[in-house]
Design a protein around this ligand. Structure first.
Ligand code: CU
Length: 137
């Protein structure tokens, strides 16, 4: 019984501590969220922005600030396999293969400039699946 209470106490501390830490780090490092869905339009393969300023925009340019945390959610909306990749930041998402599935790619842009993002699946980039991440100071 005593062991269980001690365990419960540790669990409570863990959750309260974790939450406080997350809030602090959010203030120190702003997070930029973007959502993209995959779209098949005839022969073309596209990313289309979901929500915010990029809503409905094909292969939207994603503006971020250097050293902010960036989270890109990729939603599969066409039932084909896709990955999104940003080679300049050594990051590739998990694959989304079923319609309705999604994945989140998190990274920190550590240099300024314009960097391409695209789908690494065979031919998808050539068929239109690419856009730009613009990192400013
Ligand atoms: Cu693709």
């Amino acid at each position: 019984m005593k062991t269980q209470i001690v365990f419960l106490f540790i669990v409570v501390i863990f959750f309260v501590g974790g939450k406080a830490e997350a809030e602090t780090s959010d203030q120190d490092h702003p997070v930029s969220f973007f959502t993209l869905k995959t779209v098949m339009e005839g022969e073309r393969r596209l990313f289309v922005g979901v929500g915010g300023k990029i809503d409905g925009v094909v292969n939207p340019t994603l503006p971020v600030r250097a050293w902010d945390v960036v989270k890109i959610t990729l939603i599969n909306d066409d039932g084909l396999n896709h990955h999104i990749t940003l080679p300049s930041f050594f990051i590739t998402s998990e694959e989304v293969s079923e319609k309705g599935s999604k994945t989140v790619m998190t990274f920190v842009p550590f240099k300024t400039g314009g960097y391409g993002y695209f789908c690494i699946l065979e031919g998808h980039r050539a068929l239109g699946m690419e856009g730009l991440l613009v990192v400013s100071h």
